[in-house]
Design a binder for this molecule. Structure first.
Ligand SMILES: Cc1cc2nc3c(=O)[nH]c(=O)nc-3n(C[C@H](O)[C@H](O)[C@H](O)COP(=O)(O)O)c2cc1C
Ligand code: SF4
Length: 419
């Protein structure tokens, strides 16, 4: 096995430095308390990620209004409510006191047309099959941009290291950007209009918080894999065209983004494109290719964080063919990708659910103790069924929860959320 040195080298992101090249990717686990309040389970989960040794931990998709959530138990930060501000302030102070060397970045979330119909308000920029929703106007988006700016000012004040703008996986940020949003309005039609939400949000946050030690970054689906989706050639085109995705990266970078998270797909259309499993493990090549493409079109100092790599595991179960298994392990591919400029940081999604301690174990040469994620997507099935989420292979509580789900709902024909 090649040496893992580069995995442990520090990395500058904007005005901050991570201690190593591992990032825990944003993963909502629907374990908030009633009303989206912070729960003990959620706080312990974040402690484990930090104790596990990753240099950067993303706070999952957090809704900024209770009515714009995807999951009933999605975390909420309502910056206009004192109680909400106070609980976040306490959580961040406690996290930072315990883990001063771990960067903590907060992901904004607005579900748009994929908001839960039973418990949330489903809104749309242009009704899309099968989601539908209530048509929104420019005032709605203006107001939401303002909320995002106020939230960023608050997060900066309480010591969060940055915010992750969400232009991926088919949520509101994607819905506005995609060519399918061809309705002629302030935030739709031409590229100038469709990119206005992304660019104004970034520009106004940077103006409100000019400190380079407060990072602004974005998670971008380079393509959505649906006709008219992000990274497709037109409002109803089946074909990919990355030119707008590239323009988005470059426009955000010019307005103050210092990192981008690679991703592809739409969680409500084709989950396994975003989160590959062994039956479609070659999707990992698409993730790596997109990371490399992103790296090539941004400034050298702009950091690219990879994703979709849990399927690689220890190289024994990923079912990749035409290559020696030992070359396909997550650690081998990660080190190779860092050394060859494919990405700057390795994002861990489901692998961090299966074993948040991977970085520490590998660094202390206990890689043989790592609980490798099998990418069976049982955790994703829990998400699809509206349950709280965790690893149903290595954690008995979630294994039992998954069994209950199976007996109640049966096996899903495919994993999708947001129906
Ligand atoms: C249970 C679950 C929840 C997720 N929640 C989020 C989220 O809140 N925000 C986000 O950008 N991506 C989310 N994702 C996508 C992951 O961040 C990641 O991109 C994906 O799982 C692929 O990486 P992996 O192969 O390491 O799992 C989620 C994935 C899973 C499995
Ligand atoms: S249930 Fe566990 S092993 Fe299966 S994909 Fe999720 S985290 Fe990985």
């Amino acid at each position: 096995m090649i040496q893992n040195n580069i995995l442990w080298s520090p990395l500058q992101i904007g005005g901050l430095t991570t201690k190593n090249r591992f990032a825990v990717l944003p993963m909502e686990c629907a374990d908030a308390a009633e009303g989206g309040h912070l729960s003990q389970d959620m706080q312990m989960r974040y402690d484990r990620y930090a104790e596990g040794g990753a240099g950067l931990v993303f706070l999952e998709a957090v809704t900024l209004q209770h009515e714009t959530r995807s999951r009933d138990r999605q975390l909420l930060l309502d910056v206009y409510k004192k109680e909400s501000r106070e609980e976040w302030e306490r959580f961040v102070a406690s996290f930072k006191a315990k883990h001063p060397n771990t960067l903590l970045i907060f992901q904004y979330h607005h579900a748009g047309e994929t908001a839960g119909k039973e418990f949330s308000r489903r809104v749309t920029v242009k009704p899309l099959t099968p989601f539908g929703g209530e048509l929104i106007d420019a005032w709605y988006i203006d107001d939401y941009i303002h909320r995002q700016v106020e939230t960023a000012k608050f997060l900066y004040r309480i010591g969060v290291d940055g915010i992750d703008l969400k232009f991926c996986h088919g949520y509101l940020g994607s819905q506005l950007l995609r060519p399918y949003n061809d309705r002629d309005w302030k935030y739709g039609g031409s590229w100038e209009n469709r990119s206005r939400f992304a660019f104004e949000t970034c520009e106004r946050i940077r103006r409100a918080v000019p400190d380079p030690k407060f990072l602004i970054g974005a998670r971008v689906s380079m393509y959505e894999e649906m006709p008219g989706g992000q990274g497709h050639a037109g409002a109803d085109s089946f074909c990919y065209d990355l030119s707008e995705s590239i323009a988005l990266l470059q426009g955000l970078e010019a307005r103050g983004c210092s990192y981008f998270g690679e991703t592809i797909g739409n969680a409500s259309v084709y989950w396994e494109n975003m989160a590959p499993s062994p039956s479609c493990s070659t999707n990992v090549y698409q993730h790596l290719t997109m990371a490399k493409t992103m790296k090539e079109v941004v400034q050298p100092q702009t950091v690219i964080i990879g994703a979709g790599m849990s399927v690689l595991g220890d190289g024994t179960h990923n079912q990749l063919r035409g290559v020696q298994p030992e070359r396909t392990s997550l650690l081998h591919v990660a080190e190779d990708a860092l050394q060859n400029g494919v990405m700057d940081m390795v994002g861990l999604g489901r692998q961090a659910l299966a074993d948040p301690y991977l970085p520490c174990k590998v660094q202390s040469e206990q890689a043989s103790d790592v609980q490798w994620c099998l990418t069976c997507n049982l955790c994703s099935e829990l998400e699809m069924r509206g349950k709280s989420i965790g690893c149903a292979v290595y954690n008995k509580y979630f294994a039992d929860l998954w069994k209950e789900c199976r007996s109640e709902f049966g096996a899903p024909s495919q994993i999708v959320t947001g129906d």
